[in-house]
Design a protein around this ligand. Structure first.
Ligand code: CIR
Length: 258
């Protein structure tokens, strides 16, 4: 059974890190209920949902994706670019060691999991304000024996690579050409987001090929449906204000690459 590791929204969420957005009030109880729906949806679609303990003082701890990169062969515990987020790692490592052999990045590497897109044996890493070339080099060394190629990707004015581009199947990406050069992904099929929906590239690929998608982007949702993808829509309005998208809120462990 595939596994989804999640963590409750911290009561400190209002003090989250923000890079490209202005701070807005976040409705905590609404954020909790939207996150609960996210977890219930994963459970209803075949995932064993494993919840880490709430971290009262770690504002961004709901965004578990940033703390690790899980591959079929091993898991890499990241070194998040924002120092405030490094205390999030211990709880994730404690659970992830039950599923994978763990390895750790070290200084000077910084990496947020939101900057990582894996397509087959290629690991794309966004060179964002959070993730650097030293991380590209370390991930390459750690994964070389398993046949991975690791590539850095220049990014425009967005937080993470997964804000700009996500895989929707093993050979297709959904991409915002304002933030990432489509030529970089020329070896894949590319679907552009609707230009009115700049944050619409973030999408969670479920184990059965369906996609968890944010209901705030109906025009891009329609593009995906027309290409034959089945979507499950969710409301993520509150965590969007914390610069978090749907992929950020889980770390999915699939037994084999699709
Ligand atoms: C941060 O700036 O670190 C959080 N407020 C948002 C992190 C979102 N994570 C993700 O996109 N993977």
């Amino acid at each position: 059974m595939p596994t989804a590791i999640v963590r409750p929204v911290s009561p400190a969420i209002q003090q989250c890190e923000l890079t490209h957005l202005e701070r807005q009030p976040i409705d905590f109880s609404r954020a909790q209920s939207q996150h609960a729906s996210y977890c219930t949806t994963l459970a209803a679609n075949g995932y064993q949902v494993v919840e880490l303990a709430v971290a009262e003082d770690l504002a961004d701890s709901v965004f578990v994706e940033d703390t690790a990169l899980v591959l079929p062969e091993l898991a890499i515990i990241t070194r998040p670019g924002a120092e405030s987020r490094r205390p999030e790692l211990a709880a994730m490592a404690g659970v992830l060691q039950n599923y994978r052999q763990l390895v750790w990045l070290s200084e000077p590497a910084t990496l947020d999991g939101g900057d990582v897109v894996v397509l087959g044996k290629t690991i794309w890493i966004g060179l964002s304000s959070r993730s650097n070339l030293a991380a590209v080099e370390q991930v390459q060394v750690l994964t070389k024996a398993f046949g991975y190629r690791v590539q850095g990707v220049e990014l425009g004015q967005c937080l993470h690579l997964k804000t700009a581009v996500c895989a929707v199947d093993h050979n297709t990406v959904l991409l915002n050409p304002q933030w990432v050069d489509p030529q970089v992904f020329a070896e894949y099929q590319v679907i552009d987001v609707d230009p009115r929906e700049e944050f619409a590239a973030n999408v969670v690929q479920l184990h059965d090929g369906r996609l968890l998608y944010d209901q705030a982007y109906p025009a891009t949702a329609e593009r995906l449906r027309q290409r034959g993808y089945q979507l499950i829509l969710l409301d993520n309005s509150e965590l969007t204000k914390a610069e978090g998208a749907l992929t950020c809120c889980s770390l999915l462990i699939h037994e084999a690459e699709r």
